[in-house]
Design a protein around this ligand. Structure first.
Ligand code: C5P
Length: 398
């Protein structure tokens, strides 16, 4: 295959999954990339540098102190040469070092010095993966824009069963390719995204809410930011950390969401209403906690404003994207909503299928616009986010 002219620095750390990195290096070379491998000392206990040197046809670096093959400050030169750096497998230890910015060997020094996108594919024992310390390190890296290729569930080398197994070579490869291909088609655009569900208070401790996790909206916001947009994310309550590169406004109720959205709508080139805004709220929220003995017989509800419909009526120049969660006649209902709410695109999903949608990592949606209907197939919410942002970009330039 023709050379891509791209240099991929592959970092290998000391985990049993290091043998799979041989396949990754082969695939990258086959894909036309120049591959430079850097290993920790521990990684050399699992796979010999000679194996990687043979597969990549390039020198392999382990030590900071060996004679540098081509430059005097080799860690900096490797870091500068990289178009992307991928660390696979990444042990809990190296992840922790990266999260706190340590640079005590060639691999961590290169990772800290590079300005290229970083892809990390962790692999470790399930208990290590689940520990708070590791969770925090993963979110810290994600918060800095690092692409994390989540480990898979399955039988681990230690005999335990759970998540922690290195992701497949195909997944890691896809993430590397997507970093290399990342388009910056939204530079100069302002995009407003809403996410999550709203909480409508009954009293100071109770609320009416819904099952939206916010995952799709957060993924859309992050994807748009990575593609160069200035992104404002207005989100209802969720446990998700702030996505990379976005200005985040956290609200609780539909009325607060409306105020936050309307304050930013005029300046936006596109508005994506992925939030599951509550349609109703208790007409009166008690100011004190309602005692168990004083359970109200009923709670009177009143409608919330429909933020999307309001934006559709004001109809500025912004591209308007709405969502539809339907349990039947998905396409017909979505098409009706496209007109009723004055949107350019409705992203519709069938919420009657429990294996996709609310709270899960995968979904299958329909894109309903005046040009027609397209199906995403069952894919990750991150991938759906990419498809939505592709369409946004098309509407804005069209
Ligand atoms: O009418 P329905 O609630 O099914 O429409 C869903 C779309 O409308 C979503 O994009 C949602 O964010 C938006 N919406 C809104 N304000 C509401 C209810 C829904 O903006 N009160």
């Amino acid at each position: 295959m023709a050379g891509s002219g791209k240099t991929v620095v592959v970092g290998v750390t000391g985990g049993i999954a290091a043998y799979k990195t041989c396949e990754l290096v082969r695939a990258l070379v086959k894909g036309g990339h120049r591959v430079k491998v850097v290993m920790t000392e521990a990684a050399t206990r699992f796979v010999s540098p000679l194996t990687f040197r043979t597969l990549s046809a390039e020198p392999v670096t382990v030590s900071m102190w060996a004679d540098a093959p081509e430059a005097t400050v080799h860690h900096v030169s490797l870091a500068e040469e990289a178009d992307v750096m991928v660390i696979a497998p990444c042990t809990a230890n190296v992840l922790a070092k990266l999260a706190c910015g340590r640079a005590d060997d060639m691999l961590t020094t290169t990772a800290l010095a590079t300005e290229a996108p970083l892809v990390i594919a962790p692999a470790m024992n399930v208990h290590m993966w689940r520990k708070d310390a590791t969770r925090r390190n993963v979110s810290a890296m994600r918060g800095r824009g690092v692409a994390i290729v989540e480990p898979e569930r399955g039988e681990l080398a230690c005999g335990d069963v759970g998540e922690g197994r290195l992701a497949s070579v195909e997944c890691i490869l896809a993430s590397v390719e997507s970093e290399l291909a990342r388009v910056r088609d939204l530079v100069g655009r302002r995009i407003l995204v809403t996410a999550g569900g709203t909480h409508e208070p009954i009293d100071p401790v109770r609320y009416i809410g819904n099952r939206s996790s916010g995952k799709t909206g957060f993924a859309i916001a992050e994807e748009a930011a990575r593609r160069g947009a200035r992104v404002f994310l207005v989100t209802g309550p969720t446990h998700l950390p702030d996505p990379f590169g976005c200005e985040v406004v956290r609200v609780t109720t539909a009325l607060q969401m409306r105020a936050a959205v309307l304050a930013r709508a005029d300046a936006a080139d596109a508005i994506v209403m992925s939030a599951a805004v509550a349609d109703f709220r208790p007409a009166i929220a008690a100011s004190d906690k309602i005692k168990k003995s004083q359970a109200p017989e009923n709670i009177r509800l009143e409608p919330n404003p429909d933020i999307l419909a309001e934006l559709g009526q004001r109809r500025g120049t912004a591209v308007l994207v709405g969502f539809a969660a339907e349990t039947s006649s998905v396409e017909a209902n979505a098409r009706a909503k496209l007109d009723a709410k004055g949107c350019d695109l409705i992203v519709a999903n069938d919420v009657s299928d429990p294996s996709i949608g609310f709270g899960t990592d995968e979904n299958s949606v329909l894109f309903v616009s005046r040009e027609g209907t397209e199906r995403s197939g069952v894919v990750s919410k991150r991938h759906i986010a990419r498809l939505i942002v592709d369409r946004l970009s098309g509407f804005m330039s069209g």
